[in-house]
Ligand binder design. Structure first.
Ligand code: TRP
Length: 457
């Protein structure tokens, strides 16, 4: 037993502060940009169902494990894993879990910042009334004109990366609480208003059917993998972001309740985004398979038609930028904390260096939308490869390793005392992580790599 380690980086002021920070990390472009676009590409209901199942059965228990490891280790993910492995008498190689997480965060931040840059640009486009009474075709061609211009994309990507780096260099706690306390609820309210608008003007019933009536003929290995990857991506799991936020959590807070609240709010926001967008997709007879540009091609049509749409649209994109901002800082935080702990850098230098690295990788991502769009590997652009490697492979693998460590490598005594659950809920948590998580993730991976067919034949 370790006794209780104090956090070297300070503690959240309260459990609420942690919930706000973790929700800030979870709710972001993943909910409003990625969830609708993947749903559209995957054909709707079957994807949504698998996603919801993954959130409940894998996401929540893995989130509990990740917070638990973070709170017990109290350092950057690499050092947390090294310390805990040592305490439990396990191999020091567990620290590579932290390394993979830092790499995943870095790679995600690269393309995340590019899309956050689109959002920033759209604040001004919407505010200037560019979309007023625009047709669906007009809005789509504004988007394609925009992404085919690398210099503009670069300018916005740079601005967003600087914003992220500045917050991380000052320490993630300052400002985060206020941002999440006021701006998240505001985003929520605007999303609800958009759903109301979509109910009145769009094909709401068709969208409900599309989202919640699974058509299992659409269920391919890729759809299942995407749904699982999206559950990890949206909940910020599997790369140490939640682990590091957990490292600031006080010992009195209930990890289980906290995880359920964060996952619940995150899922609600994603579903609202879906309910706001798909009624409009069907009303304008557009293709749900709009790709990564889907929301940028759909929502502006609504902003162009509703009263005060320019102001509403600008406000919506501002709030989405804030949501992306409170997420992107959690992607950079594990690397920065590690550089501070192990390389003796100050936060400013550590944030600047890692921000520049992610910015450079992001340039590759944004060029793959225009100048390099014909360079493909396995049918994917560089942007697509980054997304696939991180969300579909590295995050679920990270989650699997976190689960494995928490329930197979850590003593029952340690996890029991850290979680403080009743005996039934503890048993359920342990059962899910011991058997269900590895089997589910393992099957999805095997199926996708085609290995399963080897066994069947
Ligand atoms: N969850 C965030 C979103 O939905 C993105 C994000 C932040 C993330 N931190 C992460 C994704 C860590 C994976 C891992 O926008």
């Amino acid at each position: 037993m370790t006794g209780r380690r104090k956090s070297v980086h300070g503690e959240w002021s309260s459990r609420l502060a942690f919930i706000l920070a973790a929700t800030g990390s979870a709710v972001g472009l993943g909910n409003v940009w990625r969830f609708p676009y993947l749903t559209g590409e995957s054909g709707g209901g079957a994807f949504v169902l698998i996603y919801l199942l993954c959130v409940a059965v894998i996401g929540v228990p893995v989130m509990m494990a990740e917070i638990m490891l973070g709170r017990r280790g109290r350092q950057s993910p690499v050092n947390t894993m090294r310390t805990l492995a040592q305490e439990e008498g396990r191999s020091p190689s567990w620290q590579y879990l932290g390394w993979m997480g830092m790499l995943a965060g870095f790679m995600i931040l690269a393309y995340y910042s590019v899309v956050a840059g689109w959002t920033l640009a759209y604040v001004f486009r919407a505010g200037a009334g560019v979309f007023d009474s625009a047709t669906a075709d007009g809005v789509a061609s504004i988007f394609s004109g925009f992404v085919s211009d690398p210099e503009r994309l670069l300018a916005w990507h740079t601005i967003f990366m600087v914003m992220t780096t500045i917050v991380v260099s000052r320490g993630v706690k300052s400002g985060l609480e206020q941002a999440v306390t006021f701006l998240m609820p505001a985003l929520f309210v605007l999303l609800v208003a958009l759903v109301g608008y979509a109910m009145n003007t769009g094909e709401f019933n068709q969208a409900l059917h599309y989202l919640f009536h699974p058509d299992f003929s659409k269920l391919t290995a890729k759809v299942v993998l995407d749904a699982m990857g999206q559950a990890f991506f949206s909940l910020s799991l599997g790369m140490g972001a939640i682990m590091i936020y957990g490292s600031y959590l006080s010992h009195t807070a209930s990890i289980a309740r906290t995880s359920i609240i964060v996952a619940g709010m995150d899922t609600l926001v994603a579903l609202l985004a879906g309910l706001a967008i798909f009624p409009l997709v069907f009303a304008y007879h557009l293709q749900p398979q709009g790709g990564p540009g889907l929301i940028f091609k759909i929502l502006p049509i609504a902003f162009g038609q509703m009263p005060y749409g320019a102001a509403f649209g600008a406000a919506f994109f501002v709030l989405l930028v804030f949501a992306a901002w409170t997420s992107s800082i959690s992607l950079l935080e594990p690397i920065v904390t590690w550089l501070v702990e192990n390389r003796g850098m100050n936060r400013v230098k550590a944030s600047t260096l890692s921000g520049i690295g992610a910015w450079l990788l992001g340039i590759g991502a944004l060029l793959s939308l225009n100048a390099w769009s014909n360079h493909k590997l396995l049918g994917k652009t560089f942007f697509g490869i980054l997304e696939y490697l991180t969300a579909d492979l590295m995050l679920p693998l990270g989650g699997l390793l976190i689960a494995t460590f928490a329930v197979w490598r850590m003593s029952e005594e340690s996890s029991r005392s850290e979680l403080g659950l009743g005996s039934w809920s503890y048993a359920l948590w342990r059962f899910l992580l011991r058997y269900i998580t590895p089997i589910a993730i393992g099957l999805v991976f095997l199926n996708v790599t085609g290995l399963l067919t080897l066994f069947v034949h």
